[in-house]
Design a protein around this ligand. Structure first.
Ligand code: F6P
Length: 330
């Protein structure tokens, strides 16, 4: 428990920014209720940095966040702000925060959000901590980001359904999942759905080796699922399907791009609890004087990671997971 007398913070602004992820609402709820618990005012900032610049603020009470823990998306809305990348934009944002009396911030988002938050603190010294909210799970300093668990469960649910029809027709499906720079959605959902191959941006995709493996396995007439991350270097699901069709016209091949369904839906229990723990830690850490750090959970414990380290993508896929793919796939 924090000593309430010690904190100088009077009003915490909370916002979501970048791509939304299931569990963001649960995180906002936890931030709001924790701030109120410690008698700190809390203000919702709409549409991320854009709303900060235009002064789109919403004073929050306990009931402002009632009935949202189970909802996907973010009720504060989100945006990727071009204006905040400019000094003029950040200056406007600072003046808006000052006029509202907001003296600390909780930023919920991914690498772009934290890059902006880091620069903003360096320029204006308003303390800011970050919560990892992205389906990609691509931040350093947390085992899981808010939304990742829900997204991979959405993927396996979709792939299970695709498998039914694939099996009926003896078809090969290339299923493309999100992850511009990261294969973590593909890797985990691919293992979880029993995919025959998983292609991720972290490793060079060897199309010749994939085609050679298909050559061997095509005699067994059953369904096959290849999961490909959208950022994979082989050129995406349609390009892979084209190459497979050229080499094996007899293999009945289809493509399914799952797209934004991966970002929506009610958060899993794991994401709700993760978001709740991180939201409480965000307020308490601001009260303790922390700034410019992302709060994550590593091995079950709260962990603080400076923004400039958290935003570095890990270019290497987990070797153990890759080995599992090799052993269990085609
Ligand atoms: O960062 C989350 C993410 O869903 C990525 O996996 C994906 O590449 C990107 O956002 C899509 O962004 P947009 O919402 O702009 O289509």
């Amino acid at each position: 428990m924090i000593n309430m007398v010690e904190t100088k913070i009077k009003n915490i602004g909370v916002f979501t920014s970048g791509g939304d992820s299931p569990g963001m609402n649960a995180a906002i709820r936890a931030v709001v209720r924790t701030a109120l618990y410690y008698n700190i005012e809390v203000t919702g900032i709409l549409r991320g940095y854009d709303g900060m610049i235009s002064g789109d603020f919403m004073p929050m009470e306990r009931k402002s966040v009632a009935n949202i823990i189970q909802r996907g998306g973010t009720f504060l809305k989100t945006a990727r702000s071009d204006e905040f990348r400019t000094k003029e934009g950040r200056d406007k944002a600072y003046r808006q925060l000052k006029s509202q009396g907001i003296d600390a911030l909780v930023a919920i988002g991914g690498d772009g959000t934290f890059t902006g938050a880091k620069v903003f603190y360096e320029e204006y010294r308003i303390p800011v901590v970050g919560l990892p909210g992205t389906i990609d799970n691509d931040l350093i300093g947390t085992d899981f980001t808010i939304g990742y668990d829900t997204a991979i469960n959405t993927v396996i649910d979709a792939v299970d359904k695709i498998r039914d029809t694939a099996e009926s027709h003896d078809r090969l499906f290339i299923v493309e999942v999100m992850g511009r720079d990261s294969g973590l959605i593909a890797l985990r959902s691919g293992i979880g759905s029993g995919a025959e191959a998983i292609l991720v941006p972290e490793t060079k995709t060897d199309m010749r080796a994939l085609l050679a493996r298909l050559e061997v396995s095509r005699k067994d007439k059953s369904s096959k699922i290849i999961i490909v991350a959208e950022g994979d270097d082989a050129g995406g699901a349609f390009e892979i399907a084209k190459q497979i069709k050229q080499k094996f016209p007899a293999i009945d091949t289809r493509v399914s791009v799952l797209g934004h369904i991966q970002r929506g839906g009610p958060p899993s229990c794991m994401d709700r609890v993760l978001a709740s723990r991180l939201g409480v830690a965000a307020v308490e850490s601001l009260m303790e004087g922390k700034t410019s750090e992302m709060i994550g959970i590593v091995n079950g414990e709260i962990r603080f990671t400076p923004f400039d380290h958290a935003i570095k993508h890990n270019p290497e896929a987990n070797a153990e997971m890759l080995k599992i793919v090799e052993i269990l796939s085609l």
